[in-house]
Structure formats: structure tokens, C-alpha cells
Design a protein around this ligand. Structure first.
Ligand SMILES: [Zn+2]
Length: 225
């Protein structure tokens, strides 16, 4: 019998303590605003089973203080294993213009420092695709689309980017997305997003995928390969 190993590809600081389920050997934790960066950084130095992504989440664009970019850049440069996230766009939250500005700045930074990116997108795939088109595909970093759900047309467009990974979680568990079979096995990750009702072992069964393939996908993302 093979040994089960699972990494939760998306969670948050406030949920991290109850997040270690059986067979879960690691958790990717996203800091969503500058106030959380220090807390997460401290946690990462203490616990080697936690991986960290740092950024400004589209819900919190109004938390941004002048000079944040420089501070984010310094933090990432000092810690070569830190990744970028959670960044992105959310149609149902205020100030799309500022969301776009911050998304692009943080994506540029991830490209410049060659870090994997954890992306949040709700109802704004056209805008995300528009931003991605401004880059050569070879420049783009490894990108993880968290709690992925999108229509067929969008999925087809996203699949053309070989460095995009699809992290499946709540939307799959609650049956809001069902074309999992279209996503290649080597581009699937799984996540709880801190929801303790999501049992990752059950999620693997539900999508009928091989856990060691998912585990290896996650390692590739965390190592920015
Ligand atoms: Zn999140």
C-alpha cells in the first residue's frame, strides 16, 4: 500500500491550526493584507510544514498603505522560498480599477522575482485573461487558480497556458464545477481554503484522481518548477 501524502494548496492564517487532517503533511497559507505578512512570516520560520504566499487580496485593496510594493519586494527578496498570493480580481467587490492596478503590480513582481502565484478570481476571467495576454507565455510564473470554477470557454482558454494549475476545493465539493475530467492530471491541486468541512481525502475520492500525482504537482508549484 502506498503512503498517503497530501498538501493543502490553499488556506489562511486564521484556520491553520485546525487544518491538519490525517495524511496532510503540509499547508500553503496565504497572507491577504500587509498586516498579516509579519504573522505568517513568523509562522513559517517556526513550522516547516507550512508554505507561504504574500500579497494583497482583491478584497482588501483599501488596506494598502504607500510603499507596500517595496516592502513586499524586500520581504520576498529576503526569503527566496516565499511565493506571491493571494492576488487577483473579484467582480463582486469594490474598486475594480484599483484591484486591477494591484493585481498587475504584484504579478509583475512575481515575474521579476520568479515566484509562484496564487490567484483569486471571481467573475473576472475576461480581465485576468486580458492581463495575461500582455505577457509572453514564457515570462509568466507558475500560477495556481484557487478554488477553480469557470465555464467551458474560459477553461479552454486557461488550459492553453501550460504553467497554470487548477486548485480544486469548495466549488467542487459543493458541486459548482463538474468538468474536472477536462483538466490534465498533472495540473490539479486540492485545497480546503480553511473550510474544516472539506476533508481532502474525500475530495480526492470525489474527483477520482491519484493522490501521489496531486502531491507531486503541489511540490512542483511550491518549488516553482
Ligand atoms: Zn483564499
Amino acid at each position: 500500500m502506498s503512503i498517503m501524502k497530501i498538501i493543502d494548496a490553499h488556506s489562511h492564517i486564521e484556520y491553520i491550526t485546525h487544518n491538519f487532517q490525517k495524511d496532510v503533511v503540509g499547508t500553503l497559507c496565504c497572507a491577504t493584507k500587509e498586516l498579516e505578512w509579519g504573522v505568517l512570516s513568523e509562522l513559517l520560520h517556526k513550522d516547516k510544514n507550512i508554505y507561504g504566499a504574500f500579497g494583497i487580496h482583491p478584497w482588501f485593496v483599501d488596506s494598502v498603505e504607500p510603499g507596500f510594493e517595496k516592502r513586499l519586494e524586500d520581504l520576498l527578496k529576503t526569503n527566496s522560498e516565499y511565493m506571491v498570493g493571494e492576488i487577483g480580481l473579484d467582480k463582486y467587490k469594490p474598486d475594480m480599477e484599483k484591484q486591477l492596478e494591484l493585481f498587475q503590480k504584484q504579478l509583475d513582481l512575481a515575474i521579476r522575482l520568479q515566484r509562484s502565484v496564487f490567484l483569486h478570481c471571481v467573475g473576472a476571467w475576461d480581465k485576468i485573461l486580458h492581463v495575461l495576454k500582455q505577457y509572453k507565455e514564457s515570462e509568466l510564473p507558475v500560477m495556481v487558480l484557487h478554488d477553480f470554477s469557470a465555464n467551458n470557454d474560459i477553461l479552454t482558454k486557461l488550459l492553453q497556458y501550460k504553467n497554470i494549475y487548477f486548485s480544486l476545493g469548495k466549488n467542487v465539493v459543493y458541486d459548482r464545477f463538474c468538468r474536472i475530467e477536462e483538466i490534465p492530471n498533472n495540473r490539479i491541486l486540492i485545497e480546503t481554503d480553511g473550510d474544516k468541512n472539506i476533508i481532502l481525502k474525500n475530495l480526492i475520492d470525489k474527483i477520482s484522481k491519484n493522490e501521489s500525482v496531486i502531491y507531486n504537482n503541489t511540490l512542483r508549484v511550491l518549488n516553482n518548477e
